[in-house]
Design a protein around this ligand. Structure first.
Ligand SMILES: Nc1nc2c(c(=O)[nH]1)N[C@H]1C(S)=C(S)[C@@H](COP(=O)(O)OP(=O)(O)OC[C@H]3O[C@@H](n4cnc5c(=O)[nH]c(N)nc54)[C@H](O)[C@@H]3O)O[C@H]1N2
Ligand SMILES: Nc1nc2c(c(=O)[nH]1)N[C@H]1C(S)=C(S)[C@@H](COP(=O)(O)OP(=O)(O)OC[C@H]3O[C@@H](n4cnc5c(=O)[nH]c(N)nc54)[C@H](O)[C@@H]3O)O[C@H]1N2
Ligand code: SF4
Ligand SMILES: [Mo]
Length: 916
C-alpha cells in the first residue's frame, strides 16, 4: 500500500482586533483563523502591559465566532412586502439588491431634503436610534460623517440606553466632578460601599480583573442591594436593602460621620479649600455676596471679617453663623437682595444641621438595614479613609483616600437617583476621597468637552466652581420651542447640549408625546424616516407593547440588521452590515473610559476583517459613502471625514492625509488615510504607517499619565472648588426654569421642579411607585411585590442573545432561567421551584415565567434578570424567560427632573401552572 498523500499543513493566522460589544470595552483580542475559518478567540498577548486587562476579553467575546457564522443572519438587503405592521403580522421580507435597497432609502431622503428637513412642528423629519450606551459608533465606520453631513436629526427616540442607565450619575456626576460614570480607584482602594453596582457582571473584563485583584489583596466591599447579585456573592457583606431607599441609607451614613464622629476624622482642609462648605448662606437661601464683585463671601478667621472666597491669605471658617454688615444675594432672574446686618451661615453648617434628622435609627426603619450595621459601615469607612495621608503618583504627591462609594443603575435613575448621587458624593467629600488616588473617581465625560481629556474640560466661574454647559433658563435664552420631540433642551438644564444630550434627555417622551400631546409644546409628529442600528427598544425600553405600537406606526423604518429582532420586525428595509469580525474601523483606545477602563497609555486600535464577510453584508463605511453619494452629500460627507467625524481627523499640525472631497473613496482608502493620520498623531507627524502596518500590529499607544485619572489636583491648580454640599446654582436654575414654564403656561413639569433644592433630602421614594399603582386605577394590595432587574455577565443587553454559546454559559449562573423569588414568598404564594407564575403590573400588563427559588433575595422583591421576552430574535425567542420591560410604565409622574425613570415596578403574582 502506498502512503496517503500528505495533507497540506493548515494555514493558521492570528488576526488582531477589538471587541466593543458592551460599554465596558474596548478590549483587545486576536482571532485564530484556520484556512480562512475563524476557530477561536484568544487574548492579544502583545497588549499585555498596555491594556488594563492584559489583552484579555470576557466571555461575551468568545461568542463572536458563532455570531459571524450564525445561520440566522440577514445576509442580503430585504424589503417588507406586507404593508400592515403589527406584532402579529408577518413582515413578508423578501431579498432585494443593495442597489434597490439604497435606491428606496435615497428616494425617501431626497424627497425630505427637497421639501425641507424640518416638519411643520419644527421637528427633524429624520430620526435615528442607536442604542448600546454609545457602542454602535465603534462599529458604524464613517456613518457618523454622513449623519453630520445630513443636518438636523432627532436622536432622541429612546433606545433603552440613557434614561435607563446610570442617568442621574451621568448628569450630576458631570456637573459636580466631570464624571459621566463613577468608579472606585480600584487598584488602590481598600473599602467600597456599593449600592446596587453589579460590577462583577457589568464592569467588563477590565473591571472584573481589577476587583478580583483588589479583593485578593484584602479590599473590603459592602454590597447593598435587594437581591444578591454575583457581585454581592463575591463581596465581604451583603445588605438586602428595601428597593429605592438607598438615599435613606446614604444619608444615615452621612449622619454618623457628621453628628457622631469627631470632626478631626473628616478631611477639614479639603472641605475648607476644595468645596463650597465655607461659603456663607444668606436669609433667602442664596450665597451672601460681596456687593462690588458679587463673589460669594466666606468668614475669614484671621481677620474676623467676611471676605470674598478667593481673598489671598484668608482662612475660611468651616462652621458657624456670622454677622455680616453689608452683603447681597443673587436669586433667580432679577431677584437681587441688598442686605444689611444679616447673619450668614456656612454651607457646611447648613449641611450638618440638615443631615442631623437622618439618624441611623430613622433610616433602619425606612431601608430595612439594621441601625448597628449602618453605624458600623460609617465608622469602617471613616477609618479606612486614611484622612491626612498622601501617596506619590508619577512623582506627584497626592492625597491618598482608599475609600469609594458606587451606585448601580436602578439606584441611579428615576426618583431618588439625584439624592443618592448627592449622598454618595458627599460621603466622599467629607473624607476628601473625591477624585484622588484610592478614592471615588469619574471615568470620562460626554456632556462637557473635550471628551479626550476631562482635566481640560473646565474653566472657573465667578463663584469659584467649574463652569457647566447648562441649557439656558434665563428669560432671553430659554428655549420654549424644543428642537427635538423629547424636549430635553426645554426641560432639563443639566443635560446640556452636546452630541450625546438628545439621547440623554427624557427619551420616553419621544414615544409618549406622539399619543399624549402636551400642553404648550408643538404637537409631536412622527418622523418620516427612522434609522435604527444596534438597539432593540421594542424589547429594551419601558412599556414595550406601547413602544411596539409607536414603532409600528412610523411611516418608514430602515434598520441595519444582523438577525431579525423585535424592532426590525416593523422595518420597511433591512440592511445587513458586516459584523464584529468582518468590518474595518480604527478607534481610539486608552485614557480613561467606562466602565472601569483606566489605561496608562492611549492610542488607536484597528478592527479588521478576520473572516470573509458572510453573504452580501457590506462594510459600514462603504454603506455610508454610498448613502452620501445617493443623497447628494458626498462633498459634505468627505469634508466631515477629513474633519474626523469618524474618529480620526485626517489633518494635523504637520501632516495632511485629507481625501479629495469630490470623489467616492473605498472603506480601505478612508481607513488607510485614517491609519496614517493616527500614526502621525501618535508620533507628532514623524511616522505615517498605513492600513497594512495596522493590520499587522493591531494597536499602538503613547503614554497617558496615571496622574490624569484624578481631577482634584487639576481643580486645585486652578484654585477652584467642588460645588458641594450646597446647591446654590441648581436652586437658582430650577427656580428660573419654573418661572419660564409658568410664564409659558406649562404646569405638567411642576413635580420635577421640586428636585432643585440647595440640600437634597429624603422623600418617600418607594411611594412614588406605590402612588402610581393608584394613578393607574389599581389597589396597592394587589401589587405586593417589587420586581427589579440585574445584569448578566454573559449578555451584552439583548444584543448577543441570538448566540447559542451565550445561552449555554449563562445557564451556569442562577437566575437566567426564570423569576427569582425568596422561598418565604413562595410558601405564601403556594408555589415551588419550577412552577409557572404570572406577574402583572399596574399598567395592565403581565408576563409568565418559571419560579427560581433563592435565599439571595428579599421576600418582598422578585428579580427578572436582563432583558428577555423576545418573540422575533432567533434563538432568544425560544428561551421562555420573562422581562420586566413589558410591565414598567412610561409615565410623566415617574419621570424625574433629569428625565429618567427606573427599572422597577410594583407587581402582583399568581400561580398558573405546576412545574413541568
Ligand atoms: N429589563 C431590563 N431592560 C433593560 C435594562 C435592564 O437592566 N433590564 N438595561 C437598560 C440599559 S441600561 C440599556 S443601556 C439598554 C440597552 O438596550 P438597547 O440599546 O436597545 O440594546 P439591545 O437590546 O442590546 O439591542 C441591540 C440590538 O442590536 C442587534 N445587533 C447586535 N449585533 C449587531 C450587529 O453586529 N449589527 C446589527 N445591525 N445589529 C446588531 C441585536 O440583534 C439587538 O436587537 O437596555 C435597557 N433595558
Ligand atoms: N455584561 C454586561 N455588562 C454591562 C452591560 C450588559 O448588558 N452586560 N450593560 C452596561 C450598561 S449600559 C450599564 S447601564 C451597566 C449597568 O451596570 P449595573 O448598574 O452594575 O448593573 P445591574 O446589574 O443592571 O444593576 C442592578 C443591580 O442593582 C440592584 N438593585 C435594583 N434595585 C435596587 C435598589 O433599589 N437599591 C439597590 N441598592 N440596588 C438595587 C440589583 O439587585 C442588581 O444587583 O452595565 C454595563 N455593563
Ligand atoms: S467586556 Fe464588553 S467589550 Fe470587553 S470583551 Fe467583554 S463584551 Fe467585549
Ligand atoms: Mo445602560
Amino acid at each position: 500500500m502506498s502512503p496517503a498523500p500528505a495533507k497540506p499543513a493548515a494555514k493558521v493566522e492570528k488576526v488582531a482586533t477589538y471587541c466593543y460589544q458592551c460599554v465596558a470595552g474596548p478590549d483587545l483580542m486576536t482571532v485564530k483563523v484556520v484556512d480562512g475559518i475563524a476557530t477561536e478567540i484568544e487574548p492579544n498577548h502583545k497588549a499585555s502591559g498596555y491594556h488594563p486587562a492584559e489583552g484579555k476579553v470576557c466571555v461575551k467575546a468568545f461568542g463572536l465566532i458563532q455570531k459571524a457564522y450564525s445561520p440566522h443572519r440577514i445576509l442580503t438587503p430585504m424589503k417588507r412586502t406586507n404593508p400592515k405592521k403589527g406584532k402579529d403580522q408577518d413582515p413578508g421580507f423578501v431579498p432585494i439588491s443593495w442597489d434597490e435597497a439604497m435606491g428606496i432609502i435615497a428616494d425617501k431622503l431626497n424627497t425630505i431634503r427637497a421639501e425641507g428637513l424640518l416638519d411643520e412642528a419644527g421637528y427633524p423629519k429624520v430620526a435615528a436610534s442607536f442604542g448600546g450606551a454609545g457602542t454602535p459608533t465603534q462599529y458604524m465606520g464613517s456613518l457618523t460623517a454622513w449623519l453630520s453631513a445630513w443636518g438636523p436629526i432627532d436622536f432622541g427616540f429612546g433606545s433603552g440606553q440613557g434614561v435607563k442607565c446610570y442617568h442621574s450619575e451621568h448628569l450630576y456626576g458631570e456637573f459636580w466632578h466631570r464624571g459621566y460614570v463613577i468608579t472606585p480607584d480600584t487598584p488602590r482602594t481598600n473599602y467600597i460601599i456599593s449600592c446596587g453596582n453589579n460590577s462583577d457582571a457589568s464592569a467588563g473584563v477590565c473591571g472584573v480583573y481589577r476587583h478580583a485583584e483588589a479583593r485578593g489583596r484584602g479590599m473590603k466591599k459592602v454590597q447593598v442591594e435587594p437581591h444578591l447579585s454575583v457581585t454581592g456573592a463575591c463581596a465581604s457583606e451583603w445588605l438586602p436593602i428595601r428597593p429605592k431607599t438607598d438615599a435613606a441609607f446614604l444619608f444615615a451614613l452621612l449622619n454618623v460621620m457628621t453628628v457622631e464622629a469627631r470632626r478631626d476624622q473628616l478631611d477639614i482642609p479639603f472641605l475648607r479649600d476644595r468645596t463650597s462648605s465655607p461659603y456663607l448662606v444668606g436669609p433667602n437661601g442664596f450665597y451672601l455676596r460681596d456687593v462690588t464683585s458679587e463673589k460669594p463671601l466666606i468668614w475669614d478667621e484671621k481677620t474676623g471679617k467676611p471676605v470674598p472666597f478667593d481673598t489671598p491669605g484668608a482662612v475660611p471658617a468651616l462652621e458657624g453663623r456670622f454677622a455680616v454688615a453689608v452683603a447681597m444675594e443673587l436669586g433667580a432672574d432679577e431677584e437681587r437682595w441688598e442686605l444689611k446686618d444679616v447673619s450668614g451661615t456656612t454651607a457646611f453648617t447648613m449641611f450638618a444641621e440638615h443631615i442631623a434628622q437622618y439618624t441611623p435609627a430613622w433610616a433602619a426603619k425606612v431601608c430595612d438595614v439594621p441601625e448597628a450595621r449602618i453605624r458600623k459601615i460609617a465608622n469602617e469607612f471613616l477609618e479606612a479613609a486614611c484622612v491626612g495621608q498622601t501617596i506619590e503618583i508619577e512623582g506627584k504627591t497626592m492625597p491618598y483616600r482608599p475609600v469609594a462609594v458606587t451606585l448601580g443603575k436602578t439606584v441611579n435613575n428615576g426618583w431618588g437617583g439625584a439624592e443618592c448621587c448627592w449622598g454618595r458624593t458627599m460621603l466622599t467629600v467629607l473624607v476628601g476621597a473625591l477624585e484622588v488616588p484610592g478614592g471615588t473617581i469619574g471615568t470620562t465625560i460626554r456632556i462637557n468637552r473635550p471628551v479626550s481629556n476631562r482635566l481640560e474640560s473646565f474653566e472657573g466661574c465667578r463663584d469659584g466652581f467649574m463652569e457647566y454647559p447648562f441649557n439656558p433658563t434665563d428669560r432671553d435664552s430659554w428655549k420654549s420651542k424644543p428642537s427635538i420631540r423629547n424636549a430635553y433642551s426645554t426641560l432639563v438644564p443639566l443635560v446640556g447640549n452636546s452630541s450625546w444630550s438628545p439621547a440623554l434627555g427624557p427619551t420616553q417622551f419621544s414615544y409618549m408625546f406622539l399619543d399624549e400631546p402636551q400642553e404648550k409644546l408643538p404637537r409631536a409628529t412622527f418622523p418620516e424616516f427612522l434609522l435604527v442600528y444596534r438597539t432593540n427598544p421594542v424589547i429594551s425600553f419601558w412599556d414595550t407593547d406601547r413602544v411596539a405600537s409607536v414603532v409600528s406606526r412610523m411611516p418608514f423604518v430602515a434598520c441595519f440588521a444582523v438577525t431579525l429582532d423585535e424592532t426590525n420586525h416593523f422595518a420597511d428595509i433591512l440592511l445587513p452590515d458586516r459584523t464584529d469580525l468582518e468590518g474595518l474601523q480604527l478607534i481610539r483606545i486608552g485614557g480613561t473610559k467606562f466602565q472601569e477602563q483606566y489605561w496608562d497609555c492611549q492610542g488607536f486600535a484597528l478592527r479588521q476583517p478576520s473572516v470573509q464577510a458572510q453573504g452580501e453584508s457590506r462594510d459600514f463605511t462603504d454603506i455610508a459613502t454610498d448613502l452620501a453619494a445617493r443623497t447628494g452629500l458626498l462633498e459634505k460627507y468627505n469634508a466631515a471625514v477629513n474633519r474626523g467625524s469618524h474618529g480620526v481627523p485626517l489633518k494635523g499640525a504637520n501632516w495632511d492625509f485629507s481625501l479629495p472631497v469630490d470623489k467616492v473613496h473605498t472603506a480601505e482608502e478612508i481607513w488607510d488615510a485614517s491609519c496614517k493620520s493616527a500614526s502621525a498623531e501618535l508620533t507628532d507627524g514623524k511616522e505615517a504607517h498605513g492600513l497594512d502596518w495596522w493590520r499587522q500590529n493591531g494597536f499602538r499607544t503613547i503614554p497617558f499619565p496615571v496622574a490624569n485619572w484624578f481631577l482634584t489636583p487639576a481643580l486645585a491648580e486652578k484654585g477652584l472648588r467642588y460645588e458641594l454640599p450646597y446647591q446654590e446654582r441648581l436652586t437658582r436654575i430650577g427656580r428660573q426654569l419654573g418661572n419660564r414654564l409658568r410664564e409659558f403656561g406649562i404646569n405638567w413639569w411642576d413635580r420635577q421642579l421640586e428636585e432643585y433644592r440647595p440640600l437634597f433630602g429624603w422623600h418617600d421614594f418607594p411611594k412614588f411607585w406605590e402612588d402610581h399603582v393608584v394613578e393607574c386605577g389599581g389597589k396597592l394590595a394587589d401589587f405586593p411585590f417589587w420586581v427589579i432587574t440585574a445584569r448578566s455577565m454573559q449578555y451584552a443587553w439583548g444584543s448577543n442573545m441570538h448566540i447559542p454559546l451565550m445561552r449555554e454559559v449563562s445557564g451556569n449562573v442562577k437566575g437566567h432561567d426564570g423569576v427569582v423569588m425568596n422561598p418565604a414568598a413562595a410558601v405564601k404564594l403556594g408555589v415551588r421551584e419550577g412552577d409557572r407564575i404570572e406577574v402583572s403590573s399596574p399598567i395592565g400588563k403581565s408576563v409568565q415565567g418559571r419560579v427560581v427559588l433563592s435565599q439571595g433575595i428579599r421576600p418582598d422583591t422578585i428579580l427578572m434578570m436582563s432583558q428577555f421576552d423576545h418573540w422575533a430574535t432567533p434563538v432568544a425567542k425560544d428561551f421562555d424567560v420573562p422581562s420586566m420591560n413589558k410591565l414598567t410604565a412610561m409615565s410623566m409622574s415617574l419621570t424625574d427632573a433629569t428625565g429618567s425613570a427606573a427599572d422597577l415596578t410594583r407587581v402582583g403574582i399568581r400561580k398558573v401552572g405546576e412545574r413541568a
